[in-house]
Design a binder for this molecule. Structure first.
Ligand code: NAD
Length: 425
């Protein structure tokens, strides 16, 4: 029996439900390949714990707004739950569940002892003042306090959150505990127990995965990056540093195209100054959707889910897609890309650098110890390259796409952990 993916008329499907459908579809495929029984499949398709909270926020103008927040622990069979917190207006329980599930497979795939979790607050952080954001963060953390802790569930940054958010979370948790607990979150500022190398770790992982998949010199390889935030901007920078020619980037404010190549450092400086890529003077403006159809060697989606779909996949000309974002490609698009010979390095492999260095940060916190940036980079590279090699060889041996192979490995390891632990009572 396969896991039921509820059928809905497309107009009624929210982006979150679409993401969860994709995650369940990928789980179904892996479970079928592994021959998992119905009970185990259902257990893996269902989050272990799922919490929805109301978060009242006192605005600076005296008004009170109430927004919804979520924390989902998908699976904890291999260790504490781990996963980012997203502040985005369209986040919902379905999206957070999908993202938590992908975290479970990702941690298992790269061999770190965590389960998967994710959190979210349905809010536009750009519409709040810093004081309001701090109040929102602290109240949300207070509402999910029973779930989180360094041995239970460890949040990290995701879309719309950053080091400052993590510092507020660490402080709120610590004040409640009565002592400092740096290991409750990762992606913290250095001064509060952050790790060297964490800031650019997801992007460094994207760069390592891209170069491994390219299998040739990066010199002159053309790249387009959708999403110029924490992951996308540094992925563009690192690929450019390796000799790639980044010809297009986009963010929520606009999209840029420069066939001769962008000076990524200058674009980053422009964004730091103006808040977005729009208006950058040394490139042409382009429609957002055109970025996916550029004739480039490598396409890096690094924004949100469900952006490469059955509608635009037939027009994708990139030879290689490296998923910086979680869930950017729908299963229907996957089939079209595979038929067209496009290689997709899947999210649970390509963007695992972030959770790898989060794990290293947590290990350092638990031991009250710190590693040099070189030590962190070597460990990150070893784990990324090791996971990439495993996925590639599984894909070649069994005739699977890289995504299918990555899921077979990740889901297989979690299933094995369940079998070894047995079922209580
Ligand atoms: P972020 O908030 O720092 O950046 C998101 C970027 O996407 C912003 O530049 C935003 O303007 C842009 N964007 C949003 N909608 C867009 C659109 N329609 N078109 C073009 N650009 C758009 O978030 P982030 O942390 O960089 O996360 C990006 C993705 O990477 C998410 O899918 C996230 O889950 C995933 N991810 C993040 C990390 C991490 O360490 N931060 C780790 C693993 C995976």
């Amino acid at each position: 029996m396969s896991i039921m993916v509820p059928s809905k008329t497309p107009a009624l499907i929210t982006p979150g439900q679409q993401a969860l459908d994709s995650a369940l579809h990928q789980l179904n495929q892996a479970a079928a390949h592994l021959g998992l029984d119905d009970g185990l499949r259902t257990m893996l398709a269902t989050p272990r714990r799922s919490l929805t909270v109301s978060v009242p926020v006192r605005r600076e103008n005296g008004r009170m707004d109430v927004v919804q927040g979520f924390r989902v622990q998908h699976n904890v069979s291999r260790g504490p739950a781990k996963g980012g917190i997203r502040f985005h207006p369209s986040t919902d329980i379905h999206e957070v569940t999908a993202l938590a599930m992908w975290m479970t497979w990702k941690c298992a795939l790269v061999g770190i002892p965590y389960g998967g979790a994710k959190g979210g607050v349905a809010v536009d952080p750009g519409a709040l003042t810093t004081i309001e954001l701090e109040r929102l963060t602290r109240r949300y953390v207070n509402e999910i306090l029973p779930l989180i802790g360094p041995e239970k569930d460890i949040p990290a940054p995701d879309v719309g959150t950053d080091e400052q958010t993590m510092a507020w979370i660490m402080d709120t948790y610590s004040v409640n505990a009565g002592y400092s607990v740096p290991g409750v979150v990762t992606g913290k500022p250095m001064t509060l127990g952050g790790s060297l190398g964490r800031t650019g770790s997801t992007s460094r992982g994207v760069q390592i995965a891209a170069l491994a998949a390219l299998g040739r010199s990066p010199e002159g390889v053309t790249v387009a990056v959708q999403g110029f935030g924490k992951v996308g901007a540094l992925a563009a920078q690192y690929l450019s540093d390796e000799g790639c020619k980044v010809v297009a980037v986009s963010d929520v404010t606009g999209a840029l195209y420069a066939p001769g190549g962008l000076d990524v450092a200058r674009v980053r400086a422009w964004v730091a100054e103006t808040g977005g890529v729009a208006g950058y003077p040394h490139a042409d403006a382009m429609a957002h959707d055109d970025l996916f159809e550029l004739d480039v060697d490598v396409l890096v989606p690094a924004a949100l889910e469900g952006v490469i779909t059955a509608a635009n996949a037939p027009r994708v000309r990139a030879r290689l897609i490296v998923e910086g974002a979680n869930g950017p490609t729908t299963p229907e698009a996957d089939e079209i890309l595979a038929a067209n010979g496009t290689t997709v390095v899947p999210d649970i492999l390509a963007n695992a650098g972030g959770v790898i260095v989060s794990y290293l940060e947590w290990v350092q916190n638990m031991q009250a110890f710190s590693w040099s940036s070189r030590e962190v980079e070597v460990k990150l590279r070893d784990l990324m390259e090791g996971a990439f090699a495993e996925v590639k060889s599984m894909s070649a041996e069994r005739g699977l796409t890289l995504r299918e192979a990555a899921h077979v490995i990740g889901v297989g390891r979690v299933a094995e952990a369940h079998s070894m632990r047995g079922l209580y009572p």
